[in-house]
Design a protein around this ligand. Structure first.
Ligand SMILES: [Zn+2]
Length: 414
């Protein structure tokens, strides 16, 4: 095929800076293009297709393109341009939702450690995936795409199989953190990524939890949610079970398999069974399904995973006095989502207690700083953030990128 630009120097272009979600970018060199992540922005109440509006069956991609939710990109939807390969960091929908629309010939790569979860999510009907499914990449094994070398290096996030990528071209060394954290159960994995990325020319840094330095709460604003580590969540769940005489309901996010398994074990140690909705159980890889009559007959012997969509099931479960709803990182994720108030209306309406039992999958602000210092890049590019300009690390220049503006290696290294 002809007509492609053939950059002699590497070009870095953000199709979506992910502010706050939906990050996608390309690295081009010598006629080849590597595209990183391919999800949909999660913006309930702001995105055209949200608040119950869905792309219409049979014309999903056309609908998403028409409203700007999917990027207009040649060579990946209708056919393959022979030069673009797609690399996915992890299974979260803001990184994967558009994968299903990739043309079957587009080379598609994702971390091998993600495969169990990916196939369970696809089989459960939660998220459609491209056929053929693509190629799982072994951790830390470099893959060459033309003169672009791409190496997945695992990081800790709140689901299995998350990775960052190291990208080397003849004139640029770029490290992309992917979504990651330092307060999870595998901080050593994130630290090892930082070590492998040391000295990169450019660090593309996830900054979901970045906040402005002097963020004064607006008058009348609710206090921020407390920050818990993943370890705190397991401990908190144990004490919640001990202090709750009735039913415990949690909006567990089923892709967080490790937390689900940990909470199931914590519940079992206290004489309770964690039961889940069928699709959530399939995603989490768990055997115990919710049987409403069984739980209603003896609520003190159960903990129930319940999604937002199934809140009316609470009516059938008839939680007795002394029952508690625990928010554990399932949707609605926070106050930015209009559904959050709806959730609280259910909690109040049914007289449930409330507990916050969450731990973010993203680095805390001090840990974002820690990552940048540990990598020591020539330039840091904050992305996937409401306030990317809040990233300031002494001695490290910051570039808040513009959408669809190609940056040359020379510019990035200047
Ligand atoms: Zn994520």
């Amino acid at each position: 095929m002809v007509g492609f630009p053939m950059p002699a120097s590497t070009l870095l272009t953000f199709l979506n800076t992910g502010n706050p979600t939906g990050l996608k970018f390309t690295v081009e060199h010598g006629g080849r293009r590597a595209l990183f992540d391919f999800g949909l922005e999660h913006a309930p109440g702001r995105a055209p297709f949200s608040m119950g509006l869905e792309p219409r069956p049979g014309r999903e991609l056309a609908d998403l393109l028409a409203v700007g939710s999917a990027p207009r990109l040649d060579g990946v939807y209708e056919g393959w341009d022979g030069r673009t390969a797609v690399f996915i960091t992890h299974m979260h929908l803001d990184h994967t939702s558009l994968v299903r629309f990739l043309h079957p010939q587009v080379p598609l790569f994702y971390p091998a450690a993600m495969e169990d979860l990916r196939s369970a999510v696809e089989a459960s009907g939660y998220l459609a995936w491209r056929r053929p499914a693509g190629t799982p990449l072994p951790d830390r094994r470099p893959l060459t795409w033309g003169e672009i070398e791409v190496t997945p290096v695992s990081v800790d996030h709140d689901l299995p199989g998350a990775t960052g990528y190291l990208v080397r071209t003849p004139d640029l060394f770029l490290a992309y953190t992917g979504d990651h954290r330092w307060h999870g159960l595998h901080a050593e994995s994130t630290a090892a990524f930082a070590e492998a990325a040391r000295g990169a020319d450019v660090l593309v840094q996830e900054g979901v939890l970045l906040e402005p330095p002097a963020a004064a709460p607006a008058a009348g604003a609710l206090p921020p949610l407390p920050r818990h580590s993943e370890h705190d969540v397991a401990l908190g769940f144990g004490s919640l079970l001990e202090s709750t005489p009735g039913l415990v309901v949690a909006n567990l996010y089923p892709m967080n398999r490790e937390r689900v398994a940990l909470l199931a074990a914590t519940a079992a140690a206290r004489g309770r069974r964690l039961v889940m909705e069928p699709q959530a159980a399939a995603i989490a890889g768990r055997p115990d399904l919710l049987d409403v009559a069984e739980v209603k007959a003896d609520p003190a012997r159960f903990a129930v995973q319940l999604s937002f969509e199934n809140l009316p099931t609470l009516i059938d479960l008839a939680p007795p006095a002394g029952s508690v709803y625990a928010h554990s990182n399932g949707p609605p994720l926070g106050r930015f989502d209009p559904a959050y108030q709806v959730l609280h209306a259910w909690i109040q309406g049914l007289g449930l207690g409330y507990a916050h039992l969450g731990s973010s999958g993203h680095s805390w602000p001090a840990d974002i700083d820690r990552m940048v210092r540990a990598v020591g890049p020539g330039l840091v590019v904050p992305v996937h953030s409401r306030t990317p300009q809040a990233l300031r690390v002494p001695g490290v220049p910051v570039l808040v990128p513009e959408v669809m503006r190609p940056y040359t290696a020379d510019e990035l290294k200047a």
